[in-house]
Structures are given as C-alpha cells and as structure tokens.
Design a protein around this ligand. Structure first.
Ligand SMILES: Nc1ncnc2c1ncn2[C@@H]1O[C@H](COP(=O)(O)OP(=O)(O)OP(=O)(O)O)[C@@H](O)[C@H]1O
Length: 254
C-alpha cells in the first residue's frame, strides 16, 4: 500500500481543517482530491509530504509512518515523493535547468545521467527554449511546468500534485495530463487536487475523494465520461514527449 490514512484530523488553532479522514491508496493508483476552496485538499497533501505534523490519527506513506518519522528522516520520505506545490516553490533566481536538476543533485546522481534526465523532462514539458532562463523571467504557466518537471524528474514512487494545471490553458493542461498519465501507466502512484472537470475526465480510471469542510463526503470510481478524453490528441500534437526519454534506465528510480 502506498498511502494509508486512518482517522486523520488537523487543526490550525481552533479551526479544524481536516476531520476524521480515512482512506488508502494502493501502489500505482491515481486518486483525485476534489472539494470547494478551503475544503482541506492542500492541508491533506502537506500532511502526506511531512510539511505539516500529524497531530491526530495515523498516516503512512511509501512504507514510512509519519507519526513516528523523525525530522532528520523527512529527506528520506521526500526522495520517494515528488510534489507540485500550489505556489510552485521554485527558486526564482536560478535557471529552469538548475531548479529541475536540484531534485537529482540531492540524490547524488552522476552528472552525465543527471543532465540527460533533466534535459529529457524539460523537453517533455515544452520548456527547452527556456532551459537557461532564470525562473523569475518565466510566465506563471511556465513556472508551473518547472514545478511539475521537478516533481517528476527523479521518477518518484508517489507524486502529490496540488492543482498542477491551475494556470494553464486547455491544450497545455491536456498535454501535461498526458504526461501524468504516462507516469501512472508506468506504475507511479498519484494524488492530484483539482477543481477542473476537464482534468477529472482525463483519467476515467482514477478514484475520487471528495472533501467538504474537512470531511470526506464521497469516495469512489468516477462515471465514465461521455466523450473520449482529449489528452491523447494533445500529446500527439505536442509530439515531443517521449516516454522512452522520460523513463530511460539512466533516469530510473534510484
Ligand atoms: N497555516 C494555516 N493557518 C490557519 N488556517 C489555515 C492554514 N492553512 C490552511 N488553513 C485553513 O484550513 C482550511 C483548509 O485549507 P486548504 O488550503 O487545505 O484548502 P483547499 O481545499 O486546498 O483550498 P483551495 O482549493 O482554495 O486551495 C481553510 O479554511 C484555510 O483557511
């Protein structure tokens, strides 16, 4: 099991942002988190990533219990989990290449492999022309793609993505969803918070966990969409995202 959450609650002072949440995520599963603004989606993702402490309930991620995880072991958790934060958290004065490479540098990857891998992911996300631009000069959507590239570059076991396509137009959203789906097909577990029906329709096999005021209000399979997803079309138009590049043995899981 990749994620196990039992009776998780979380408060900020007197305000309970999550109330008695329980769910599991099997290895290789794709789960959407939905719910209104303020429902608790980001709080839940932050708890799974060790960015907030587990105060009540039990949480384990990738075989590690977050209840007993010592601060010094958080980097070990983060080597298994790729995250796309809502506010990107990229370094503005560093280049696209540097921001993406950082996720591999901390793993001590050999330089030649690292460069090949970063170039492949940057190309797959359509950022090749901006590789050596400082991120502060990029548009919001480009910065968002840098954050996505960084979350994927190390082939994590689990990707946590908080509204990863929030600033992007339809075609780019479909293209990026196709890349997330390639990771999913490859066996990566994914939890993605979204408000977008288009995004949900891209992964009809995904489960949905619907939050309302910090509680789970619904959980389950989604109805099959009437029309086929546009993701496949978008990726063939974009053309340059090769799973072989993304998943080459050189870039395999450390
Ligand atoms: N650090 C904090 N201090 C106090 N309250 C917080 C903090 N972080 C989140 N909250 C509150 O917890 C609730 C849940 O917030 P959260 O960011 O998890 O919602 P969300 O579902 O991700 O919303 P959105 O879709 O707008 O991102 C909100 O009412 C928010 O104001």
């Amino acid at each position: 099991m990749m994620v196990n959450v039992e009776r998780l609650s979380h408060n900020f002072g007197p305000y309970w942002a999550l109330k008695d949440i329980s769910f599991t995520l099997e290895r290789g599963e794709f789960l959407f988190l939905t719910g209104h603004s303020g429902a608790g989606k980001s709080t839940l993702l932050k708890l799974l990533y060790g960015a907030l402490p587990v105060l009540r309930g039990r949480v384990s991620v990738a075989g590690m219990s977050l209840n007993t995880l010592k601060k010094r072991h958080i980097p070990k958790l983060r080597r298994k989990v790729g995250v796309v934060f809502q506010d990107f958290k990229i370094l503005p004065n560093r280049t696209v290449f540097d921001n993406v490479a950082m996720a591999l540098e901390v793993r001590g990857m050999q330089r030649a492999h690292l460069e090949r891998r970063v170039r492949a992911v940057v190309r797959a996300l359509g950022l090749e022309a901006k590789s050596y631009s400082p991120c502060e000069r990029l548009s919001g959507g480009e910065q968002q793609r840098v954050a996505i590239a960084r979350s994927m570059v190390a082939n994590p076991e689990l990707i946590l993505a908080d509204e990863p396509t929030g600033n992007l137009d339809f075609d780019l959203t479909m293209h990026l969803m196709d890349i997330f789906k390639q990771f999913h097909t490859y066996g990566t577990s994914i939890i993605m918070a979204t408000h977008s029906r288009e995004v949900l329709d891209c992964v009809p096999e995904a489960r949905i966990l619907h939050l309302h005021d910090g509680r789970i209000m619904g959980q389950g399979e989604q109805p099959q969409p009437d029309e086929s997803c546009a993701c496949g079309d978008a990726v063939s138009e974009a053309g340059d995202a090769s799973p072989d590049d993304l998943f080459s043995p050189a870039g395999g899981r450390p």
